[in-house]
Design a protein around this ligand. Sequence first.
Ligand SMILES: Cc1cc2nc3c(=O)[nH]c(=O)nc-3n(C[C@H](O)[C@H](O)[C@H](O)COP(=O)(O)O)c2cc1C
Length: 192
Amino acid sequence: MKNPLIQIEKWWSLAIGASPLNLKSAVCLSTIDETGFPNSRFVDLKDVDLEGVIFCSSYDSKKGGEIKNNPRVGITAWWDHVGYQIRIVGNAVKVSEGEAIRYWEARSRSAQVATLSFNQSQILDNFEFLEEKFLMTESEYKTNHIPKPVNWGAYKIVPNSIEFLQFKENRIHHRELYQIENGKWSSCLLQP
Ligand SMILES: Cc1cc2nc3c(=O)[nH]c(=O)nc-3n(C[C@H](O)[C@H](O)[C@H](O)COP(=O)(O)O)c2cc1C
């Protein structure tokens, strides 16, 4: 049985190739809070490899805290222009510091400055403070290299299950569910 992560990679590249969106790789990440309720937000999909899918964030954010307490997460993507939905359920694990640095270096300078300036998910008293803080950080580094902060990195979601849905106008959607047990993938079709 083939690894379904190969199909995610295929669908993702087809979707971004034809995408009319500005942010072509946004996918919905769901985590579970301490009371058992889900929390969903969009993140940017950075990579897909044979082990999982990767996104970057602050480890100290709300999602970071929730993942620390409960690494079981979900990812949902809907690419309207090609009619594909993908659902992934799995465990989020931090990537190595070396890999996180590689993602950090690929970020734009302004994204690096913003990450360094703000404490993601913390309460903010005054919106104007953000720009002030951004400019202060920018002037602190001028043209110098901006090192990755220790609390920023990437998570790989190692899947337990992946579902692919091909949307059909007649509602006879094609759904295929992959599940992994003892390192072996199996698949079945699901009614739409
Ligand atoms: C299109 C889009 C892409 C985003 N990408 C990311 C991302 O890659 N990483 C991230 O931490 N937040 C990203 N965000 C912001 C998150 O949606 C969210 O507001 C932030 O991570 C804080 O979430 P939390 O408080 O649940 O941790 C993105 C938002 C949008 C709308």
